[in-house]
Design a protein. Structure first.
Length: 94
């Protein structure tokens, strides 16, 4: 089953529910493959392979520690990979 990252939709705040479990933005969820899901097309989910992770920072710029009491790792947050820039066009020269 492919893994997806919850992106939060257009406002970045919306979570989703899958199989009776709630997932908030930044969390990873697995969905059955071979089935189109409206949440992917609506922008609530993105393939996890297209996301990198980076250390989470607080308002003062300090790293956030992981809370061992929760199943998620708060110390890292997903960051979308930038779109590749198109190669410069070659000019016809002699």
């Amino acid at each position: 089953m492919p893994k997806y990252v919850v992106t939060g939709g257009a406002d970045g705040q919306s979570g989703i529910e899958v199989g009776g479990k709630r997932y908030e933005p930044g969390e990873t969820v697995e969905l059955p493959s071979g089935k189109k899901d409206w949440r992917i097309e609506a922008g609530y989910l993105a393939l996890a392979s297209t996301y990198k992770t980076q250390r989470t920072r607080d308002d003062n710029g300090h790293f956030v520690a992981d809370d061992p009491a929760t199943p998620e790792n708060e110390a890292f947050e997903p960051v979308p990979e930038p779109e590749p820039k198109p190669a410069p066009k070659k000019t016809g020269g002699k």
